[in-house]
Design a protein around this ligand. Structure first.
Ligand SMILES: *[C@@H]1O[C@H](CO)[C@@H](O)[C@H](O)[C@H]1NC(C)=O
Length: 312
């Protein structure tokens, strides 16, 4: 973008004229001020994207954020939470006595190009040789037990963020952010106890009682963000969004350029994990697999994200 144009617009704004200019913006599309220094930024100018992306929604909880009660009531039904809003609030207060009160995020800037690699666990990563490409991103987000050891050539070695919930938890190295997706109050309690006394409760699957990870890099997904993904992105289809899809939406609130790896089936239509056995009958659970995949394809076609499917 021409720096003279920026100076010109800045001067107009300083004189209050840009209010008038805004109305005539469509005639001068090149006058849009760039939000990042990538070749293409994931901006909100695209009408389809604007119907889905709401940059005002806080992706992570922080000490000074208050969850709207309607979002709590939506969230508590996901895994049949029976405790009330005030229990939620006291638990969150305890969380922030232990973990950073505000999330560690790279702020957007016209001088910066924040790149995200969102790495799912699909078997289509096998033999992909995407490793070096994935590691080249500023932010590398991995999901649940998608480990790198033994698969470096295809999935890379770097992990800046790992998405987990208690039932999928694993130990992390000192430089990786633990990003908790909590589906019930017990998941928040787990986080506190796993870093202190140990957690000995039960869930639908066995839970790790302690965890090794950097306490100062813990981030917790905002339940209202989950609701937003369900409503704005999926138009309320399915019970709630899959972890993979919520991670993709999250990346759009963290980065200017997004590349997606390890999502979807392999070239024969089979769904399995790159680190597991080939399972020809794996279903995607209660999630709107088709709808989510369609949106991924739409974003890819509109050049909003790039989707690497491993076999093109
Ligand atoms: C975007 O999110 C903010 C914060 O949650 C909310 O107040 C606003 O109404 C949302 N906008 C749209 C268009 O949904």
């Amino acid at each position: 973008m021409n720096s003279r144009v920026i100076v010109f617009v800045a001067l107009l704004c300083a004189t209050g004229l840009c209010v008038l200019l805004r109305g005539s913006m469509p005639e001068f599309p090149q006058l849009q001020i760039s939000r990042c220094s990538c070749d293409k930024c994931l901006t909100e100018e695209d009408p389809w994207l604007m119907q889905h992306l709401n940059k005002s929604v806080q992706p992570f909880l922080s000490a000074d954020y208050s969850l709207p009660e309607d979002a709590f009531n939506w969230w508590k039904r996901l895994q049949l939470e029976s405790r009330d809003y005030s229990t939620y609030r006291t638990t969150v207060e305890r969380l922030f006595q232990m973990f950073p009160p505000s999330p560690d995020l790279i702020e957007s800037s016209p001088d910066r190009c924040r790149t995200c690699a969102v790495v799912g666990n699909s078997g289509n990563l096998r033999q992909s040789h995407y490793g070096p490409l994935i590691d080249f991103h500023d932010v590398v987000i991995r999901i649940n037990k998608g480990h790198t050891k033994g698969y470096e050539a295809d999935v890379g070695t770097k992990t800046t963020h790992r998405i987990m919930y208690p039932e999928s938890a694993m130990d992390l190295d000192d430089s990786t952010h633990l990003v908790l997706f909590a589906f019930k109050i017990k998941d928040l309690e787990w986080l506190i106890k796993a870093f202190s006394t140990g957690f000995f409760g039960r869930s639908y699957a066995p839970i790790k009682s302690t965890i090794k990870a950097n306490k100062d890099l813990v981030m917790i997904l905002n339940p209202a963000f989950m609701k937003y993904v369900h409503e704005m992105w999926l138009k309320k289809k399915g019970r709630y969004p899959s972890t993979g899809f919520m991670t993709l939406a999250l990346s759009m609130h963290m980065c200017d350029e997004i590349n997606v790896f390890g999502f979807g089936a392999d070239s024969d239509g089979n769904w399995y994990h790159y680190f597991g056995a080939v399972n020809k009958n794996l279903r995607t659970g209660p999630h709107p697999g088709g709808q989510e995949y369609d949106i991924l394809q739409q974003l890819h076609k509109a050049h909003k994200i790039h989707f690497y499917n491993g076999w093109q």
